[in-house]
Design a protein around this ligand. Structure first.
Ligand code: C2E
Ligand code: CA
Ligand code: CA
Length: 704
């Protein structure tokens, strides 16, 4: 930079100006001569991370600007200036993005190059980020939707199109409402917007609708980008499809809360609904009714038609129940095999509940057409009211259950409201059940025997075994007090098996004493249905005991034959084929007696006491007895008259052609050892056999 001496002051001024400009410039400036820096400004030094002095000492500018030698060769007099983007090498070795303007000029015949360098690294970085963002935007599996400050769609990515089915062109400028499935209520969206406005963010699961109308679940994450003044610029929604996940969740939830057979809420969901009903009732002050339902004798349906048909019936019954209530507010649940509950909410008066129950009774009792079978059931219903009867859920359920038992005890097929006295009755029932259980375990039963005699001679032809319970506190409990109960509860199986074994033992004992004695034992229908009677097992046991099967008579009642169940016929036939004999007890009290006699393998009929009790000449009972005796004889059956208490009955029966009798006239039921004494006395005093002097030594059955 030499100049004419006279121009010296001006040049100095120019130089000063240049220096000032150069050092305050935002642009890096370097002057290069012979491959070395002869001037660098502060910006340039900063840009490449050196001190200015250090740069002036650098021997090869190529160290800082590796492409310089190539660029340099492109500059000539025709093209003294070049502008391009390139990279410089920073002191720490990293590359710095720059835009360079290179100007060549001649000073003292030497080439000098002036570099004007603009740092573009930040801009470049931003560009690269944007590129990556665009790449992600286009390729991510997550759907992205951008809306403007008014919630109108500005942009969507391909994943959005894939999930929703909408192309950007179809949806741009539209509101997101377009996707709304209608599954969420206003409150849901109100809450979402409230949060968005206050925090700018929202996160959650949402059901929306695809273009093809299918609903889908998305896990959505919304964030907001703001303008400088704090107003909303954009909202960005990111979501992915969680439909299968949701569906699986829902299916798990359904499995946990619904009964798979009837699709009604199960016990667990019922408990939740009950809690909710209590809470709502507390808030509204309106009562609700908890109804407990148990199908009557449903077990018989299962036993008669099989479990598949039983299941069909349950499903149908569930539908009928549901038809009796208001679907949107009342709950019908299945809480056990044939047990259902109904919650009737907002009950203003009992009439509403009564009407529902009457409706249920009627609908449940209608016939069920199940494949080829037609079944009928009834239902027993117990009702308890909240908050009147109890304040906690467990108590309520217990009340309703008790009331249901009340309905059963009063003859089933009816409804019954809970009253506090029930709770005592039920407790007594529970205690009774427990003590009966103990009776089985601790062998508190004994068998009494009542002779059946040939009324012509007074000779004993067989004995009927009758069970007695020697209760440690209550004394002798008559069977009428616990047999029906045992039948209801299934305890009859244990009792029945005990009776059978006790009879076998007695028969064996007698045959060891050389007495071949016929013994008749009572078998309850409930034993057959509860798998308590296995023909093979009984035959086997009798054989093992060394007792001829011909000595055992099985007394059944018409109740067993009512259902016309092939399984019963099979068991009876098997027993009879093996040598057992079958007696039809309480004959005349049932329905179509004659049909049974022809259809089933029956050897003996026992005329019920109710006909014998009031036998008198020319009485209607006598006519009935005569008819039964004639009929039995025609069919080749043996006839036994029960409840013979006096000589007049005996005489009339004999006259009518009935030779076998059983009753207090001959003997009350007594323990086996008392029988021996009775027989001895009769043998010592043969006239006694016709004196009709009953033995009275045995304890009499206590009557209730
Ligand atoms: P059932 O089979 O009809 O038995 C005859 C009942 O009449 C017996 O009552 C007997 O004591 C009573 N009885 C006998 N002669 C006379 C009489 O002259 N006058 C009157 N008024 N009654 C007489 P019990 O022993 O109290 O049994 C009642 C019922 O309990 C039996 O009726 C039977 O259905 C059932 N039962 C008794 N033992 C068993 C058993 O081991 N198993 C089963 N499943 N049921 C049994
Ligand atoms: Ca009997
Ligand atoms: Ca009887």
């Amino acid at each position: 930079m030499s100049a004419q001496p006279k121009e010296q002051p001006r040049l100095n001024k120019q130089q000063q100006l240049f220096s000032r400009l150069a050092n305050n410039s935002l642009i890096g400036i370097a002057i290069v001569q012979h491959n070395r820096f002869t001037f660098v400004n502060r910006q340039f030094a900063q840009l490449v991370g050196y001190e200015r002095q250090e740069l002036l000492r650098v021997e090869q500018v190529g160290l800082i600007f590796p492409n310089y030698p190539v660029i340099q060769s492109q500059i000539n007099s025709e093209q003294p200036e070049l502008q391009f983007e390139d990279q410089l090498v920073h002191f720490f070795g990293r590359k710095v993005d720059v835009e360079i303007c290179l100007m060549r000029s001649q000073v003292d015949e030497a080439d000098i190059d002036v570099w004007f360098v603009l740092d573009t690294s930040q801009r470049k970085q931003a560009e690269r980020s944007a590129q990556i963002a665009a790449l992600v935007y286009a390729n991510t599996g997550e759907a992205i939707v951008v809306t403007d400050e008014n919630g109108l769609i500005v942009d969507v990515n391909p994943a959005f199109t894939e999930i929703t089915g909408y192309e950007l062109s179809e949806i741009i400028g539209r509101s997101m409402n377009l996707l709304s499935s209608g599954r969420h209520n206003k409150a849901f969206y109100r809450k979402m917007w409230q949060q968005l406005r206050t925090t700018g963010r929202w996160q959650g699961d949402l059901w929306n609708k695809r273009k093809n109308g299918d609903e889908y679940a998305e896990r959505l994450n919304i964030s907001t980008s703001y303008n400088n003044d704090g107003s909303v610029y954009r909202r960005i929604g990111l979501f992915f499809d969680v439909t299968t996940h949701k569906e699986r969740e829902e299916s798990i939830w359904r499995q946990a809360n619904y009964d798979h057979l009837t699709e009604l809420p199960n016990r667990q969901l019922f408990q939740k609904r009950l809690q909710k009903a209590m809470q709502e009732s507390d808030e509204s002050g309106k009562a609700f009714a908890l109804i407990f339902l148990d199908l009557d004798l449903f077990k018989d349906v299962n036993d008669t038609f099989g479990h598949d048909v039983g299941d069909l019936l349950l499903r149908e019954a569930a539908k009928r129940l549901q038809a009796c209530v208001r679907n949107d507010q009342d709950t019908v649940a299945r809480i056990g095999g044939d047990e259902f509950t109904v919650i009737v909410t907002y009950v203003s008066n009992q009439g509403v509940v009564n009407r529902i129950c009457e409706d249920i009774l009627r609908k449940i009792a209608e016939p069920y057409y199940l494949g080829d079978d037609v079944a009928k059931v009834s239902v027993s219903i117990g009702i308890t009211m909240y908050p009147e009867d109890a304040s906690d859920a467990g108590e309520l359920l217990k009340n309703a259950d008790m009331a249901m038992y009340g309905a059963k005890d009063s003859g089933r097929n009816q409804y019954c409201y809970f009253i506090p006295a029930m709770s005592e009755a039920i407790q007594a029932r529970m205690r009774f059940s427990e003590s009966l259980q103990v009776a089985i375990e601790e062998n508190q039963f004994v068998l009494y025997y009542q002779p059946i005699v040939d009324m012509r001679t007074g000779q004993v032809v067989k004995y009927e075994a009758l069970i007695r319970w020697e209760h440690p506190e209550l004394g002798l409990v008559p069977p009428s007090e616990y047999i029906p109960f045992a039948e209801d509860t299934g305890l009859i199986v244990g009792i029945g098996n005990w009776v059978f074994n006790a009879v076998l033992k007695q028969a064996k004992q007698w045959s060891l004493e050389g007495r071949e004695q016929l013994i008749s034992l009572n078998v309850s229908p409930a034993q057959f249905y509860a798998d308590g009677v296995s023909a093979e097992e009984w035959i086997k046991q009798v054989k093992e005991a060394g007792v001829p099967t011909q000595l055992i008579i099985i007394e059944i009642t018409e109740r067993l034959l009512l259902d016309n169940n092939p399984i019963i016929t099979k068991i009876l036939t098997a027993l009879r084929d093996a040598g057992f004999r079958i007696a039809l007890d309480d004959f005349g009290t049932g329905f179509s007696s004659l049909t049974y006699l022809k259809r089933y393998p029956i050897d003996i009929i026992k005329i019920d006491q109710s006909f014998v009790r009031n036998l008198a000449p020319d009485s209607e009972d006598l006519a009935l007895c005569e008819a039964m005796i004639v009929m039995a004889k025609k069919l080749g059956l043996e006839v036994i008259a029960e409840g013979v208490e006096g000589p007049q009955q005996e005489a009339l029966l004999l006259e009518a052609g009935c030779t076998l009798g059983q009753g207090y006239l001959y003997s009350r039921p007594v323990p086996a050892h008392d029988l021996d004494r009775w027989l001895r006395e009769r043998n010592l005093n043969p006239s006694k056999s016709k004196t009709n002097d009953p033995i009275t030594t045995g304890p009499l059955p206590t009557k209730v």
